[in-house]
Design a protein around this ligand. Structure first.
Ligand code: FA5
Length: 345
């Protein structure tokens, strides 16, 4: 009976030891078999029940042999577990410095928006934003472009399928930030002085290397007594130097907009050739937007007396300014989310 118990105990111990997965499980087994109150010692206690001296000797000897076999099995398994652990963690060198996770930053356009707001903020322009989905009235009609006027064709407009407003007409995606002009006059209850910087998204049905369906513009509007073209020129020169660097000059070229009179296209001297004329600019000048003296009809649409007050306005594309500054050849690069491009800025 007792030899059988010893035999079973040995088999049980060896099977359990071989299945252990870590040092803790192995230690638990050691205690349960070889500990002070463990299974081996419990069997040793049974020696006392034997009366035959030879049987006692044989039993003690077998039990000691099994004890030794279990000790060896525990030691072997401990080595196996240690070498497994070493293979699993051999790649881990705790002395190596950690790898920093990649850090993101503001998109190039967001950086430009902050910079432009800051530049104009320095000379007292107040940053505002008006709706990108707006009424025909603010985008066209209040800007001296009545329904059916041919000048509207230039803006290649997206119309929104929505009920017409009885007073403001159709709903459109704003084609330019000039929709902010009359809105700003209304916000300030037609009481100049006004110094507005409206920076927002605009939408047109245009797509090529320099035009996208959605782009950003900023609009400056200044209204006060005795405002003259020279003030417009001064602000544009100030901006050109802040954005492109010292020495950059602006040029006003006669143009036509329905909402300004006179109207101009605004050019800055080319950075590449310092205004001498090169392959990219040809004339020495780069066009950056439109400008002019606010048309009296627009002042009246905003409730401002055009005999007392005058104003100037200008509108430029943010993407265009960035393309000129960094020689970016294609406007689509701004919107492709290619990290190889974005990480450069
Ligand atoms: C206007 O949008 C006028 N509202 C500007 C203005 C404001 C004139 C105030 C007078 C007084 P224009 O269509 O030229 O003008 O656009 C101005 C600039 O917006 C362009 O020079 C260009 O840089 C940018 N722009 C226009 N359309 C797109 C487009 N589809 N994609 C990217 N940029 C564009």
């Amino acid at each position: 009976m007792l030899p059988e118990l010893i035999h079973n105990l040995k088999n049980e111990a060896l099977a359990l030891i071989s299945q252990t997965k870590n040092a803790k499980e192995l230690e638990d087994l050691r205690i349960s078999f070889l500990g002070r109150k463990g299974k081996i010692n419990q069997l040793f206690a049974q020696i006392l029940q034997l009366t035959n001296q030879q049987e006692k000797i044989n039993f003690g000897k077998s039990l000691n042999e099994v004890k030794q076999i279990i000790q060896e099995a525990l030691a072997n398994q401990s080595k196996i577990l240690a070498s497994d652990e070493e293979t699993t963690f051999s790649w881990f060198d705790p002395t190596l410095p950690g790898v920093k996770p990649a850090q993101g930053h503001l998109h190039l356009l967001s950086q430009a928006i902050e910079e432009i707001s800051e530049i104009f903020g320095q000379i007292g322009f107040v940053r505002v934003r008006y709706p990108e989905v707006d009424w025909d009235w603010y985008v066209f009609e209040a800007l001296n472009m009545p329904p059916g006027h041919p000048a509207r064709d230039e803006w290649e407009t997206f119309f929104v399928e929505a009920p017409k407003h009885p007073q403001f007409g159709e709903m459109v995606l704003s084609t330019h930030t000039s929709n902010g002009q009359v809105r700003e006059m209304e916000r300030l209850k037609a009481k100049p002085p006004i110094r507005m910087l409206n920076l927002a998204k605009c939408y047109r049905r245009q797509q090529d290397n320099t035009h996208t369906l959605m782009f950003h513009q900023f609009e400056g509007l200044v209204i006060d007594r005795n405002i003259k073209i020279i003030h417009l020129k001064g602000v544009l020169d100030y901006f050109g130097q802040a954005w492109f660097g010292a020495g950059v000059k602006s040029r006003l070229r006669p143009f036509h907009f329905q909402f300004t009179e006179p109207s101009f296209e605004v050019d800055f001297t080319c950075l590449n050739c310092q205004g001498k004329g090169c392959r990219s600019c040809k004339s020495g000048w780069l066009e950056i937007g439109g400008a002019g003296m606010v048309h009296p009809k627009v002042l009246e649409a905003g409730g401002i007396d055009s005999r007392q007050f005058r104003g100037f306005a200008f509108g430029c594309g943010v993407e265009r300014l960035l393309m000129l500054r960094h020689q970016i050849p294609n406007i689509r690069l701004f919107y492709e989310n290619d990290l190889r491009f974005l990480e450069q800025f």
